[in-house]
Design a protein around this ligand. Structure first.
Ligand SMILES: Cc1cc2nc3c(=O)[nH]c(=O)nc-3n(C[C@H](O)[C@H](O)[C@H](O)COP(=O)(O)O)c2cc1C
Length: 382
């Protein structure tokens, strides 16, 4: 399989499946319980259809948008995701460079495998840091301080991981971070020698944001669910979120808002944006999809806060549909993670090229010269 054969997210997914040891592929590809919400996140976009207008003079189109005060050349950005150096040895470096080339924002996770300082000094495109609130208050504060120092543009507080989701594929494969060396995992590494050589002989795997604070997740193999359950602060509440928002002092986002009530509270505490998200179906299976919740949230708070539709995005038309309902931008994880696993920075660039071409072609076919031309007038639910 070659990169030139990857025309859509599913092609990248298959490529990634070949490249990665199976516990790592299933960590990316899997979700919670029966994965119903995960599947519905994408299927929800098929509950409505686009209604095009024609003869609109679409020789030049503008697909830029402004979100959290940042102008992005694409209405799509790269959500923060953990452990990227397990997927490709260039990890966040590759993703950041690709996002920069496309003039869009990218996020790094609290569980990123490259330091805040390195990303801050090497990547010029808008950068978002995703914060997990740890029981160790000093650790949480150190992450915020480091982001201030490194001039990150925005901070996203993830609010949907108060406990770990039940990701049964990970239970089945025994996925841990770093990968545990068991008989089964060694067999899987042996079947993927290129991945194994890169993992074992290049830079040592680490989680630089946690170093000096915790052994877990850095050198002791631990499952992601155990990490959430033992390290994160389950007492986190609106008061804590407001205090973080104030301490950070720059554009602040709540990631994982799904209800109108919570969207309104996000406005009250001073958030600049919300990511309507169910964590890619990896947490509460049976929860509603971001696209299904979008209209009511936009109606309630869309004039006060930037509403972002996160998750399930696999096609340009999905983005056009979300923007038609009033999202300021869309974001996603797996669409670029499969590509990262397939071919590093070149892979992520190809995934972004495919989606940019789709958005451009679809906007022209819709008779839209700019993203602002999209509205509910051009959408019909079945
Ligand atoms: C492998 C993987 C790791 C993730 N790690 C994080 C994380 O560390 N923090 C976070 O807030 N969200 C994390 N997410 C969720 C993404 O930010 C995003 O919400 C999700 O991927 C959207 O769904 P999509 O993959 O269908 O686009 C992760 C998602 C995946 C697939």
């Amino acid at each position: 399989m070659r990169l030139t054969d990857c025309h859509n997210t599913e092609h990248f997914r298959r490529f990634a499946e070949r490249r990665l040891p199976s516990p790592i592929f299933h960590y990316i590809d899997g979700a919670a319980d029966d994965e119903v919400t995960y599947r519905r996140n994408t299927a929800a976009f098929e509950t409505c259809d686009l209604v095009p207008n024609v003869l609109a003079g679409v020789e030049h189109i503008d697909m830029s948008t402004t979100v959290m005060g940042q102008k992005l050349d694409l209405p799509l950005f790269l959500s923060p995701t953990a452990l990227q150096r397990l997927f490709h040895y260039d990890g966040e470096r590759a993703v950041g460079k690709a996002a920069e080339k496309f003039g869009t924002m990218f996020g790094i996770s609290s569980l990123a495998t490259v330091s805040i300082e390195e990303i801050g000094s090497t990547i010029s495109t808008p950068k978002l840091f995703q914060l997990y609130v740890h029981k160790d208050k000093e650790l949480t504060k150190s992450m915020i301080d480091r982001c201030k120092e490194a001039n990150f543009e925005a901070m996203a507080l993830t609010v949907d991981t108060i406990v770990g989701g039940n990701r049964e594929r990970d239970l089945h494969t025994g996925f841990t971070s770093p990968p545990k060396l068991t008989f089964k995992s060694l067999l899987s590494f042996a079947a993927h020698p290129v991945w194994a050589a890169n993992y074992f002989f290049r830079e040592k795997f680490g989680l630089p944001q946690l170093e000096g604070y915790v052994g877990e997740g850095t050198n002791i193999s631990v499952s992601v669910a155990d990490y959430f359950n033992t390290m994160l602060d389950q007492s986190m509440d609106w008061k804590a979120a407001e205090a973080i928002c104030q301490y950070w002092g720059k554009p602040f986002v709540l990631k994982g808002i799904m209800s109108v009530d919570d969207a309104e509270r996000a406005v009250e505490i001073g958030a600049k944006a919300i990511m309507v998200s169910n964590h890619g179906g990896r947490q509460l299976d049976g929860s509603r999809t971001p696209f299904d919740q979008l209209a009511e949230i936009v109606d309630a708070v869309g004039d006060k806060i930037d509403v972002i539709c996160d998750g399930g995005i696999r096609r340009g038309t999905h983005i056009l549909k979300a923007m038609s309902l009033g999202a300021k931008a869309c974001s996603g994880g797996r669409f670029y993670l499969y590509a990262l696993a397939a071919a590093g920075q070149a892979g992520v660039e190809k995934a972004l090229t495919n989606l940019r071409n789709e958005i451009e072609r679809d906007m022209k076919l819709m008779g839209c010269r700019s993203i602002q031309d999209l509205s509910r007038n051009n959408l019909r639910f079945r």
